[in-house]
Design a protein around this ligand. Structure first.
Ligand code: PXP
Length: 247
């Protein structure tokens, strides 16, 4: 069974920094600590309004990281230029609305196919792996395959946030089935958004999933446990869940 990679999203280190301005806490320092704690990659989302990660953070991450950088970006010309300048390991295209607190839904890869094609092609032409953040939905998967994306990341927020057991099981089922289809379509399968110690195991047990991207919960937990122990505990829970299916 393939190693389940952990991508640590450091956006909210920058959220705390920006609450006061200045330089503390430093997202690059957090990224380096995450690396030491067993992260396989670092994810950062440069939003149009720069509410957390700033341009300079991306410059420093691209320069100093020794593990892959997953650059989350909206499909805009401004972000495309930044990605082409820094050449991250991967770019994850996400929908973005100014008024939202966080990324609220998946990208409409099916409806936005013609607009997205140029972004996917230009990124791939520079050897940047392209990931599309989508709902676990067959129509979206087929569109991602037509766009020749390398990766799809499923928005698992509805599963994480489900308040009843029935609803959680239904949302998990959608992800399990969609992960199977992703593999059949030749798309590498990642999951992210809203994962916590309580919700990670069932996702980590899906055999076709190869990477989880986790941020907000880990940065919050770092207040109580410290960043390294919080990441190590998440890593442990992922490994335990994965071992259960490797027989
Ligand atoms: N993956 C994507 C595409 C995201 O937009 C986010 C949130 O920025 C995450 C993963 C991480 O989600 P969370 O911070 O809730 O763990």
């Amino acid at each position: 069974m393939e190693h389940l990679r952990l991508g640590v999203n450091i956006d909210h280190v920058a959220t705390i920094r920006n609450a006061r301005g200045g330089i503390h806490p430093d997202p690059l320092r957090a990224a380096k600590l995450a690396e030491k704690a067993g992260a396989d990659g670092i994810t950062a989302h440069l939003r149009e309004d720069r509410r957390h990660i700033a341009d300079e953070d991306i410059t420093l991450l691209a320069k100093h990281l020794t593990i892959p950088l997953n650059f989350e970006m909206a499909a805009t010309d401004e972000m495309l230029d930044i990605a082409l300048t820094h050449k991250p390991h991967a770019s994850c295209l996400v929908p973005e609305k100014r008024e939202e607190k966080t990324t609220e839904g998946g990208l409409d890869a099916a409806g936005g196919h013609n607009m997205l094609q140029q972004y996917v092609s230009e990124l791939r032409a520079k050897d940047i792996r392209v990931s599309l953040f989508i709902e676990p939905d067959i129509r979206q998967l087929e569109a991602a395959a037509r766009l020749q994306a390398d990766i799809i990341e499923f928005h698992v927020g509805p599963y994480c946030d489900a308040t009843s057991g029935d609803l959680k099981a239904k949302e998990l089922d959608k992800i399990v089935n969609a992960a199977q289809v992703a593999e059949e379509l030749g798309l590498e399968c990642h999951c992210g958004h809203g994962l916590t110690y309580d919700t990670v195991a069932p996702i980590a047990r899906i055999p076709n999933v190869v990477e989880l991207n986790i941020g907000h919960f880990l940065i919050g937990e770092a207040i109580f446990a410290g960043l390294e122990p919080a990441i190590r505990e998440m890593r442990r829970l992922m490994d335990v869940a994965r071992a259960e299916i490797s027989g």
